[in-house]
Design a protein around this ligand. Structure first.
Ligand SMILES: [Fe+2]
Ligand SMILES: [Fe+2]
Length: 317
């Protein structure tokens, strides 16, 4: 089971200490501002996690504590405001159905997969796998929240896509499980959350945005837009990751997670765009704006993560 990570500032200290006291002591009012973006991101990650697997040290009733919900709401509002503040807006004269993939391709930022393919060291790849595990060990879960919020055609398509992510009925094929086995074979810890303490703010924000989009009906357009951009930037990078892992002699189980995604995500990107995003916008045209916003957020947050990691490894981003 997941253990609580270390707080990164005064807000995290207050929230984490209140969490472990639920339900024996009432959660006090917490009006502290986060001490830094790290403090905000880690605290929000912890609060979201209460709605996934929870923590060994925390009673499940903490999920609906009003004061903790109030803190979560404040942190989510700040995250959403900062993303919307950076967003350049809906692209001019790009048709969602016919122009989306070209639009994604035109956002080519620094690529971690390209670095792994050709020149990353084993240490750098281990670093990357530890940080990616924050998401991959609960792969697809944040998007599952969206299912009941979609009209029927988009809902059917999303369930079909998630069925793949969850192993087509075979528990040994869940993508999260494939990643866990790859980590174990690579000498890494496969328990969810094991490496959250190492995660830079960019990784936490990627995960937080995904959970925020998934957990709010209001943001369902952004959630499916994010999904489409995520799937559209997965197939080719997955091939590069697999090649890099093979180049460095990583176990077949780790490379296998990525080869699984080469073909799967070439299909998923089509389903996510045409059968989910376009189908949703056909029913609810006012959501198109947020579909673009979510797609942009996915690309922007990944670019920030890539720049951060490449810089930390001394590679020009
Ligand atoms: Fe997957
Ligand atoms: Fe996928």
């Amino acid at each position: 089971m997941t253990h609580l990570p270390k707080p990164r500032g005064p807000l995290g200290v207050a929230v984490l200490s209140a969490l472990v006291d639920v339900p024996t002591r009432e959660v006090p009012r917490i009006d502290l501002a986060p001490g830094s973006s790290e403090d905000a991101a880690l605290t929000l990650w912890v609060l979201h996690e209460l709605s996934y697997g929870g923590f060994a040290e925390v009673d499940d009733r903490a999920e609906r504590e009003p004061e903790l919900m109030r803190v979560r709401r404040r942190l989510e509002d700040d995250l959403e405001a900062s993303l919307r503040g950076r967003w350049p807006g809906v692209p001019d004269a790009v048709d969602l159905e016919t122009g989306f993939f070209d639009w994604v391709a035109s956002h080519d930022g620094p690529s971690l997969a390209r670095h792994v393919q050709t020149e990353a060291t084993e240490e750098q790849v281990l670093d990357l796998l530890r940080l990616r595990s924050v998401y991959h060990l609960k792969e697809a879960d944040p998007t599952t929240w969206v299912i009941p919020r979609l009209p029927v055609a988009a809902k059917a398509a999303l369930v079909e896509l998630q069925y793949d992510e969850y192993g087509v009925g075979d528990p040994s094929r869940l993508h999260a499980g494939l990643f866990a086995r790859g980590m174990e074979a690579s000498g890494l810890r496969p328990e969810p959350g094991a490496y959250v303490d190492e995660a830079p703010v960019e990784i936490l924000e990627q995960n937080n945005a995904l959970s925020m989009f998934g957990l709010h009906r209001r943001l369902r357009g952004a959630a499916v837009g994010h999904l489409a951009a995520f799937e559209a930037t997965s197939s080719l990078p997955s091939r590069r990751m697999a090649q890099g892992l093979e180049r460095l002699g990583f176990p077949a189980a780790m490379a296998g997670y990525y080869t699984e995604h080469v073909e799967a995500d070439a299909v998923h990107e089509q389903v996510a765009l045409r059968d989910i995003c376009v189908a949703l916008v056909a029913e609810e045209p006012m959501l198109e704006r947020d579909v673009w916003f979510g797609a942009w957020a996915c690309l922007d947050l990944e670019n920030r993560t890539a720049a951060r990691l490449l810089t930390s490894w001394g590679v020009a981003a």
